[in-house]
Design a protein around this ligand. Structure first.
Ligand code: MG
Length: 165
């Protein structure tokens, strides 16, 4: 078994869509980034990359690469999950926390879980928690949104153990 941890943050600005966990959430602002800045997808992707031991999300999807400009972050996640399977690992469990003062995210959690399962996270192996920062700091004053994720990967039982990753 392997574990991985991921963290991400993005600034909230006007004139952008708010995409979290692959779901477009109605709100007057969105997260700023080279891609769609889906903070939850980025934290999960980094947690899986950490468990695979292959660096970080920036190495795999550089923000200097025009290929990833306005990219949908569920595609990053999908790519990393394919790499996971190709190396004989499977997702055992992913737990996450998204911290946003506004908007209220709890009504969208089930939708996010459904959406992320469409991109390869095994159904029933993802937990998403949403909370505020009690008005404190850059999250509390609405400057940005933060996400944390931990991931457990398991080697396929009976797989040819190649020690590739
Ligand atoms: Mg990010």
């Amino acid at each position: 078994m392997r574990i991985g941890f991921g963290y991400d943050s993005h600034r909230l600005v006007e004139g952008r869509n708010l995409i979290i966990g692959g779901v477009k959430i109605p709100y007057g602002k969105g997260l700023l980034g080279h891609s769609d800045a889906d903070v939850l997808c980025h934290a999960i992707t980094d947690a899986i990359i950490g468990a695979l031991g292959i660096g970080d999300i920036g190495q795999h999807f550089p923000d200097t690469d025009p290929q990833w400009k306005d990219a949908s972050s569920v595609e990053f996640l999908h790519y990393i999950l394919e790499l996971t399977t190709a190396n004989s690992f499977e997702v055992g469990w992913i737990d996450t926390t998204v911290i946003a003062e506004e908007p209220k995210l709890s009504p969208y959690i089930e939708l996010m879980k459904q959406e992320l399962s469409r991109w390869g996270i095994p159904q029933g192996r993802l937990n998403i928690k949403a909370k505020t920062n009690e008005g404190m700091g850059f999250v509390g004053n609405g400057e940005g949104i933060v996400a944390y994720a931990v991931c457990l990967l398991k080697r396929f039982p009976g797989s040819l153990y190649t020690e590739k990753l």
